[in-house]
Design a protein around this ligand. Sequence first.
Ligand code: FMN
Length: 184
Amino acid sequence: MKVLGIFGSPRRQGNSDTLMKAFLQGAAEAGALVEEIFIRDQKISPCLEIYHCFKDGTCPIKDEMRGLYDKLLEADVVALGSPVFFYSVSAQAKAMIDRTQALWARRYVLKDDFPGGNRQGVLLCTGATKGRLLFVGSRLVAKYFFDAINVRYAAEVLVQARDLGLRLAQGEVLGPIKMDPLAV
Ligand SMILES: Cc1cc2nc3c(=O)[nH]c(=O)nc-3n(C[C@H](O)[C@H](O)[C@H](O)COP(=O)(O)O)c2cc1C
């Protein structure tokens, strides 16, 4: 069992890093082969929209994304960690995700054989403020990222802890929570 943890925050040891570390610790305890990718330490250009990938499913940009494509295809579980930045994922995470357009092209344009959908995707996301829609943007990005690499969006941990404490302490009545993890 290979579990790939993608740390998407620019901040070291921040909130989403903490979530991801805990998640990967659990996976390691269960015997998984865990790999950590810190996007902030990698040179990953944004997509340049050359559309070379539509021809052969590869991206001509020579940077560290090249080492990530196979890992994304080989992992049984892909976990994406990111803070909410302006109602989306971080720019670092988004650049990596946009570059998976090459895999999307393999899957949907070239219709190549693709590693199967028994693989699972997990979003670990942290935000600071309040708002019912705080995670909507990040969840949609994650949903289509996981679709591009053909993993099933299986679970998510969305943390809004400071705001939650504030609201409950002010007497706000919350819930009941929706149990459909993909309901946005
Ligand atoms: C550029 C930037 C944009 C942010 N945008 C939002 C936002 O739209 N909504 C929100 O609740 N928090 C926002 N935040 C706060 C972070 O989501 C929050 O502090 C998060 O827990 C940081 O996670 P990290 O420690 O893993 O980086 C933003 C922070 C930064 C630096």
